[in-house]
Design a protein around this ligand. Structure first.
Ligand SMILES: Cc1cc2nc3c(=O)[nH]c(=O)nc-3n(C[C@H](O)[C@H](O)[C@H](O)COP(=O)(O)O)c2cc1C
Ligand code: SF4
Length: 413
């Protein structure tokens, strides 16, 4: 059986998540101590060289984002690091695994990023339902303070930085980085127009680095072991490891940290143990609701950002929702579209009305067998129109599941 390659989850099951001493004994905060003696530019160059890409879904270069944030608005007094721990994408639970089992790992990554861009303050925006994640992250922050690893003049270095937790109230849209910043500022979770991006004008108008929990948790090992070491794992364009969360009728659903480029077949049939007794693989939804459907023809494709993109699919958050032959594509797509309609903030017409139109078309597809092909064509056109005209990325998300459902499963049967 293939083995996991645990980098982010290397301490899982070995250390007490509530003990900072355990974390330090396992080599924790060495990377942060190392960067206290480094120039910000050298830290950022190392991150760029590692090829690390954001694990929140978009896969943007983490090092480049650090560079943009550190170079923006030199006269600004404040610079922020925000950890996106909202984890609202259906089928995704990797950030929860990190926060509940090893909160210091991503907090150390956050400290390193703060040092790299010379940030003054940080926030962890955690979805409110994640009570244990909130409790363990807060305990970790209290323990860091007690050890002089957080606050004023950290370890006598002259560098000061503090981190606060903010709880989200359950809006999917608030996981989108600019909407998240609105929510952090205490406003209603409505999106902002991009550009400007957060790196340029983020929290309270200051340069802000927004990174996902898993992205930040990759950083300590990269700093300790070097960019070249990191590039020995994964693929050229998607280096390193990734935590995949597998659900559906497989024998061992759960989370698996493997090298990028591992095939879908290995993940589903090896790590997750294959299909449950009597079930036959039909499809997988990759990347959650905003992701893509694939069928068995994609089982031997490597799970990396570019490898999937070449074939019209997405890696997204790393969620893999498996479906068997007895499960209805129509039901799955309909539940995704209902979710999007529910989460639409209503600010712009294409998404507010368009998401309802898609649901009406889905009902017609269910009830009018004879016109299915024409109705699926209209469904696709409607989603394409929304992609072009919606104000924020949520209204642009419908197209991927709709296009791939129609492509792989004509008639949505
Ligand atoms: C509707 C929507 C919801 C999102 N939800 C999340 C989320 O829950 N967690 C997350 O890390 N990123 C989420 N994102 C992506 C963020 O906008 C952003 O790309 C990410 O936090 C950047 O971090 P990274 O570079 O480390 O991936 C969402 C995006 C959209 C459009
Ligand atoms: S696309 Fe949807 S979620 Fe985004 S602003 Fe428009 S209505 Fe709101």
């Amino acid at each position: 059986m293939a083995e996991e390659n645990r980098v982010v989850l290397k301490n899982l099951g070995k250390t007490d998540p509530e003990s900072i001493d355990d974390y330090i004994d396992s080599g924790g905060y060495k990377a942060f101590r190392k960067v206290l003696g480094m120039e910000g530019k050298a830290i950022i160059d190392g991150l760029i060289a590692s090829g690390l890409r954001g694990r929140g879904g978009a896969g943007f270069s983490t090092g480049m984002k650090n560079r943009f944030t550190s170079e923006a608005c030199q006269k600004c007094e404040n610079r922020y690091v925000v950890c996106n721990a909202d984890e609202g994408e259906p089928g995704t639970f990797k950030d929860r695994v990190i926060m509940e089992n090893d909160p210091h790992m991503f907090l150390e990554g956050m400290m390193i990023a703060a040092r790299a861009i010379n940030a003054t303050r940080g926030f962890v925006y955690i979805r409110g339902e994640y009570a244990l994640s909130v409790r363990r992250t807060q305990k970790a922050l209290d323990d860091m303070k007690a050890k002089g690893l957080l606050g004023d003049n950290i370890l006598g270095s002259g560098f000061s930085f503090d981190i606060e937790i903010k709880k989200g109230a359950g809006s999917y849209l608030c996981g989108e980085e600019l909407t998240l910043l609105e929510s952090l500022e205490g406003k209603r979770g409505y999106p902002r127009i991009k550009p400007p991006f957060p790196a340029e004008k983020g929290l309270w108008g200051s340069p802000t680095l927004v990174n996902n929990v898993e992205t930040l948790a990759c950083i300590p090992s990269i700093i300790s072991n070097g960019a070249e070491w990191y590039r020995t794992m994964g693929t050229e364009k998607s280096p390193g490891t990734k935590i995949f969360t597998i659900s559906g009728p497989v024998k061992r659903p759960g989370f698996y940290e493997v090298e990028m480029g591992t095939t879908l077949r290995t993940l589903v049939f090896d790590f997750a143990g294959g299909m449950q007794e009597g079930k036959i693989f039909r499809a997988a939804l990759l990347g959650g609701a905003a992701g893509t459907f694939v069928d068995g023809s994609m089982l031997d494709t490597g799970m990396g950002y570019d490898l999937l993109k070449e074939k019209g699919a997405t890696l997204g958050s790393g969620a893999i929702i498996v479906m068997d032959q007895g499960m209805s594509i129509w039901e799955m797509l309909n539940s995704i579209l209902r979710f999007f309609a529910h989460e639409s903030c209503g600010k712009c017409v294409p998404c507010r009305i368009g998401s309802k139109q898609l649901l009406l078309l889905m009902e017609q597809i269910k009830n009018n067998g004879a016109d299915t092909e024409e109705l699926c064509g209209r469904l696709l056109k409607q989603a394409e129109m929304m992609e072009k005209t919606s104000l924020c990325p949520l209204g642009q998300s419908h197209i991927m599941p709709v296009r791939t459902a129609v492509q792989y499963f004509p008639g949505l049967l």
